[in-house]
Design a protein around this ligand. Structure first.
Ligand code: ADP
Ligand code: MG
Length: 300
């Protein structure tokens, strides 16, 4: 594109909260066929809440008044450990403890280990505590009995084990962004492929993908493997854009032909992207595509 056309497009983008870091990216964006979206914090608001709990194999409960004393003890230990993590799931657990007036301070916490994309573990009051997804518990030698949930559920599930035994399951709910469904529909109408990429389990990823109207779900991807998914698509000959917000999205944002970060995202994701959506409104993705196509048309 001519410098003039790029300058005009950049200005138009900026006015709409689409920050384009360099002109070359406009040209590439007009040719992208595959758009890979991170789930948590990108398609969802990224501020999940703890909305229910159950004993392994037991019924789900969401009434704070019905928390048993032993459940409160488990949650206090979980809160004491998760206070040391900044993961959204950890924040949800700590917020819940605050609301339920469960005191997490003062517990002795040692040997803390964080496993990105899986969970956390440590010793709390001398007992070993493991919190995280199924894979993380299995890796720690905890066996998990079958989980019963309604088929429509898109909640995340977190398991807690004390001294090697699963004792509590937590249901973590994150809301889809209000404009996510419309965006995916619009992109589909334009003939663009949309892919949902997440570390979350398959059931959840597929339900979210279906709710958003026919995205392809790539699930249970470890944080360090996200860029490999982008590279795979590129190897198949596709031009790929990645849209993400997290620290673990940064390598994929760099790898993609066009990296797009949410303005609400982490500093490292913003630094790694070619385009930043300042308002974090998802419909700006399709606007950016239109802007790039218009810019390219003017010069051809
Ligand atoms: P996503 O790919 O959806 O953005 P992550 O890759 O960060 O999410 O984490 C994947 C899963 O690992 C979470 O859904 C959660 O089950 C588990 N997990 C990660 N960190 C923690 C933590 N600190 N406490 C509990 N569970 C965690
Ligand atoms: Mg994310």
């Amino acid at each position: 594109a001519t410098p003039m056309a790029v300058a005009v497009a950049s200005g138009r983008g900026a006015a709409r909260g689409i920050l384009i870091k360099n002109g070359a990216v406009l040209e590439r964006l007009s040719e992208i066929s595959h758009f890979v979206f991170d789930k948590t914090g990108t398609l969802t608001e990224g501020r999940p809440a703890l909305v229910g709990w159950s004993r392994p194999g037991g019924d789900w409960c969401s009434d704070v008044a019905r928390l048993t004393e032993s459940e409160r003890v488990v949650l206090a230990r979980c809160g004491a450990l998760e206070r040391l993590s900044e993961h959204p799931v950890a924040l949800a657990i700590c917020d819940f403890c605050t609301c339920a007036e469960i005191d997490c301070s003062g517990a002795r916490v040692e040997n803390v280990e964080v496993a990105p994309g899986m969970g956390i573990r440590g010793r709390v009051e001398g007992e070993s505590l493991v919190i995280g997804n199924r894979e993380w518990l299995v890796r720690n030698g905890v066996s998990i009995a079958a989980v019963s949930e309604p088929d429509s559920e898109i909640d995340g599930l977190v398991h807690c084990a004390l001294d090697g035994r699963e004792v509590l399951r937590l249901r973590i709910r994150d809301r889809l962004r209000a404009d996510a469904r419309a965006l995916i529909g619009e992109m589909r109408d334009k003939g663009l492929e949309t892919i949902l990429l997440t570390g979350d389990r398959r059931e959840v990823a597929e339900r979210v993908a279906a709710q958003l109207g026919g995205m392809i779900a790539v699930s249970e991807v470890l944080p360090g493997d996200k860029d490999a998914v982008v590279a795979d698509l590129q190897r198949q000959g596709h031009a790929v854009a990645m849209i993400g917000d997290g620290v673990n999205d940064a390598p994929a944002l760099v790898r993609a032909d066009v990296g797009i970060a949410m303005g609400s995202g982490t500093d490292v994701s913003i630094a790694s992207a070619d385009i930043v959506l300042m308002s974090s409104e998802l419909d700006r993705v399709v606007e950016a595509v239109e802007l790039s196509r218009r810019t390219l048309r003017t010069i051809r």
